[in-house]
Design a protein around this ligand. Sequence first.
Ligand code: OGA
Ligand code: NI
Length: 329
Amino acid sequence: MAAATTKLLLSDLASTVKSVPSNYIRPISDRPNLTEVQISDGSIPLVDLQVLNGPSRLDIIKQIGQACQHDGFFQVKNHGIPETIINNMLTIARAFFKLPESERLKSYSDDPSKSTRLSTSFNVNTEKISNWRDYLRLHCYPLQDYMHEWPSNPPSFRYNYVRGLVLRLPEAISESKHGQHMALNYCPPCPQPDLTYGLPGHTDPNLITVLLQDDVPGLQVLRNGKWLPVSPIPNTFIVNIGDQMQVLSNDLYKSVLHRALVNCDKERISIPRFYCPSPDAVIAPAKDLIDERHLAFYKNFTYAEYYQKFWNRGLAAEGCLDLFEVSTA
Ligand code: OGA
Ligand code: NI
């Protein structure tokens, strides 16, 4: 027992074990293959962003609005990020997690407030059950404030990650007052994938997330009470609504539960980019949506308050929106 559990990072433990260590095993009621939860058919909408520049722009905007209301998720193609950049980002992420342990540990921290850090699971300070994942989190806006903290190994890390940041969502984000974080998620092969998660069901605490996944399936999205696997499509990004957008839209747009499964023979890399309000931004349902007949469902709060609750509460609670609802009593 002692030898295996002294590793800080899962990447250095996973290949040494033939079964999942007990701290990764979920209670029977909370495992990926719940027989009562069916796998849903279909897929989340795929939006062609090139059409935004043409005569059918309004159709696409309507399609995106529908997706935000019904699925909370959509995929985008023809987004303008070259295939070589996408492939480089995935290759470099893989290479980063293959660096010698001593090299990777230079970035290690379990303090969620640090702007660049490598860690494992979700929040090792508060959680009881671990997730089958290591991750590197990077703040990336304003870029010049953070880039010097990023890993300098592999050597082309900074170059390629900066080039991967060109996807802008200017309509959705206030340009002056926001933050962007990125994560490199690494899930090593898992000897017993039915006992654990890469990430258990959760909603994202930020405004909008844009996720790049490699070609290994794992992401599932909750739709009508069923889990819908999101099959990887090369060169597409997955976009999802986070908790802050649900609050701003007063529940019109949905921050939907999703999770990441692991598998026995392949490692999986995913790279989400989280668009966030700045910490002192006051979040509340947009005034235009509120009147005597449409009451606000949420109290005012700052993003910093919300974000702190998110990291303290952990992923077990499936989100923190309930803590900020207007009480109906
Ligand atoms: C996340 C997330 C999904 C994935 O990092 O918040 O939901 O497929 N990731 O890794
Ligand atoms: Ni997520």
